[in-house]
Design a protein around this ligand. Structure first.
Ligand SMILES: O=C1O[C@H](COP(=O)(O)O)[C@@H](O)[C@H](O)[C@H]1O
Length: 241
């Protein structure tokens, strides 16, 4: 990887405040330039306080378009649903038009059907043809201790999908839906939010460019990425952290 663009914050609260400011700046810039802001959300624990903090933001919500970068294959009201979490923390409380919020579908018996369906949603919304990739204004990502990002897990088939926008991920035999590596890498801006000491080993390999990229899938994200780390994740990984 080229020299990674990393910022370290003392704790989750400081990281969240900076992430909120960053997201709102990206929104302002995109809306000024193109009249809309296309944002893909991460799941997991780390972004939840960011979503909660966005409830009070002063921004033209009617120009926001929300998608998800990955989803567990469970209904929206399931406690594991990434979309369910974001609705409860944030989206139920702001006036983004409902037809501009696009949770990944999880009701089809075959997750591949759902992946195809979401791919169509993206193609129609962004007005792109077969073989083209949309350019999100901002994709939020997290990273697990195993180096997975979105639902791109180590040594799974999803890592090698290069001709699709959405594919089926595999977490210990459980289906997930996920953005593909090329879709993520096409984003105007990617923002990783990573907290906790248990992420240090993976971060060391990712920033050092060492180890098999398929063992640390976040290494495959070579697009325009900014990394926000808390002190615990950065300790011993980032110089002077
Ligand atoms: O399962 C998932 O985990 C990752 C990382 O989550 P975190 O709790 O360690 O922040 C997340 O980015 C992904 O969206 C989610 O599905």
């Amino acid at each position: 990887m080229a020299t990674p663009n990393i910022r370290v914050f003392p704790d989750l609260a400081a990281l969240t405040a900076a992430a909120k400011q960053f997201v709102l700046e990206q929104a302002t810039g995109a809306i000024a330039q193109g009249g809309q802001f296309t944002l893909a959300l991460a799941g997991g624990n780390t972004p939840k306080p960011l979503y909660e903090s966005l409830v009070s933001a002063d921004t033209p919500w009617s120009q926001w378009h929300i998608f998800w970068g990955d989803e567990r294959y469970v209904p929206l009201d399931h406690p594991d649903s990434n979309a369910g979490m974001a609705f409860q923390a944030w989206l139920n409380h702001v006036p983004i038009p409902k037809n501009q919020i696009h949770p990944m579908p999880t009701a089809d018996a075959d997750p591949q059907t759902a992946a195809d369906r979401y791919e169509q949603t993206l193609r129609q919304t962004f007005g792109i043809r077969e073989g083209e990739f949309p350019r999100f204004d901002l994709i939020l990502l997290g990273m697990g201790p195993d180096g997975h990002t979105a639902s791109l897990f180590p040594h799974t088939a999803a890592l090698t999908v290069g001709d699709r926008l959405i594919t089926v991920g595999n977490k210990d035999g459980q289906a997930r839906l996920t953005f593909t590596v090329p879709l993520i890498n096409h984003a105007r801006q990617i923002l990783f939010l990573v907290t906790g000491a248990n992420k240090q080993t993976a971060l060391r390999h990712i920033f050092g460019g060492t180890g098999d990229p398929h063992l640390y899938p976040a290494r495959l994200i070579t697009g325009n990425a900014l990394w926000f780390l808390d002190q615990a994740a950065a300790e011993g990984v980032v110089q002077n952290a």
